[in-house]
Write a protein that binds this ligand. Structure first.
Ligand SMILES: *Cc1c(COP(=O)(O)O)cnc(C)c1O
Length: 361
């Protein structure tokens, strides 16, 4: 990234010689992201400013190109960038939105989805992996079902990218979102996959950048960073699950053992290898996070995008009607965490949780 923050200051869309040099940088990064996605062509990759923008763009594109159809299907556990946009469309654009429930494991019912499809359905937007629990939705089956009914399908794969193989050549998904800062690239860069035959209408109208699909001068340094992160993620992918999964399992098993009454949120196996969400009965998650943070341990309740709101987790609430939505903490591991660090997390928890319980009692 550094050359494009320093000396190489040109605009990739300009015709002077710096321009064509930077255009190559952007196109190389596009190839690299396409490779991570297993896309058929790099022409299917569009750079955006965030996962949020990718999600909004896909929903907008589908709705605008299916004029007349006003029904969207999504789930109760999507990221706020899907849910808030759907609520906005309900309120201001006369759309009807179905928010599919999940079961107590966080799993989605395919027959439930099939029953919700109507002749008025423009789009199904269902995520690949949940950001709070890591639970996976059956994307291949969802995509095949939507394709068979002529309904567009958008997948928020922000959490799945770089952690499990995506292989979009073989999945008939029309739109798919990812973001840089969840795969080791900087914040403020995202990508949207648009399948070759999927209709598209831009969200941002302006210049001819991104083949007229997204106006705005390209953020070359961040794009180069996303390309490099995609290469590294793809390189690590074959060993990622085998390295991170056992560490996550050790952390989870040890925690459930030392904290009486604690339990896992989400299905044990049908989830990403790096995420664990744990319910600590009787413990306010915000208090626990504060004390963990004092010990140098960064974890979260709900989504960081909502961290300044005291609301309970909408994801955990959709799975469990009790108090778990206020009393759960999510730990996400990177490929570089060590067993020693995770031991420290468990010993911190075994000191903090009983002290909070006695304080609250
Ligand atoms: C982080 C996240 C987003 C939003 O990405 P930003 O780049 O922060 O806008 C969307 N969906 C999921 C599942 C996420 O985890």
């Amino acid at each position: 990234m550094l050359p494009y923050l320093g000396g190489d200051w040109g605009n990739p869309s300009s015709s002077y010689r710096f321009g064509s040099k930077l255009k190559k940088v952007v196109e190389e990064a596009r190839d690299q992201v396409a490779e991570l996605l297993g896309a058929a062509s790099s022409r299917e990759v569009l750079f955006t400013g965030s996962g949020t923008e990718s999600n909004n763009t896909a929903i907008h594109a589908a709705l605008m190109s299916r004029s007349g159809k006003r029904h969207i299907i999504t789930s109760q556990v999507e990221h706020s960038s899907v849910l808030s946009y759907c609520r906005y469309l309900e309120k201001h654009h006369a759309c009807r939105v179905t928010y599919l429930p999940v079961d107590s494991y966080g799993l989605l019912s395919l027959p439930g989805l099939e029953n919700a499809l109507t002749d008025d359905t423009a789009l199904v937007s269902l995520m690949w992996a949940n950001n709070e629990t890591g639970v996976l939705f059956p994307v291949e089956e969802i995509a095949a079902l939507c394709r068979s009914r002529g309904i567009l399908y958008h997948c928020d794969a922000v959490q799945a990218a770089g952690k499990i193989p995506l292989n979009l050549r073989h999945i008939p998904c029309d739109y798919l979102s990812l973001t840089g800062h969840k795969i080791g690239a900087p914040k403020g860069i995202g990508a949207l996959y648009v399948k070759r035959d999927a209709p598209f209408v831009p969200l941002l109208h302006g210049g001819h950048q991104e083949r007229s699909r997204r106006g705005g001068t390209e953020n070359v340094a961040a794009i180069a960073g996303l390309g490099a992160a995609a290469v590294l993620a793809l390189e690590k992918l074959p060993e990622y699950g085998g390295t991170v999964g056992p560490l996550r399992d050790t952390l989870e098993d040890a925690t459930l053992k030392v904290i009486p009454g604690s339990s896992r949120n989400g299905h044990r196996d049908l989830r990403l290898p790096n995420t664990t969400s744990i319910h600590f009965p009787g413990v306010e998650s915000e208090a626990l996070l504060l004390l963990l943070d004092q010990g140098g341990i960064c974890a979260s309740s709900g989504s960081a995008c909502l961290a300044d709101s005291p609301d309970p987790s909408h994801v955990i609430a959709a799975m469990n009607p009790g108090e778990a939505a206020h009393q759960s903490v999510r730990f996400s591991l990177g490929w570089n965490h060590t067993a020693d660090e995770l031991d420290q997390v468990v010993s911190s928890l075994s000191a903090i949780v009983p002290s909070l319980l006695s304080f609250q009692a």
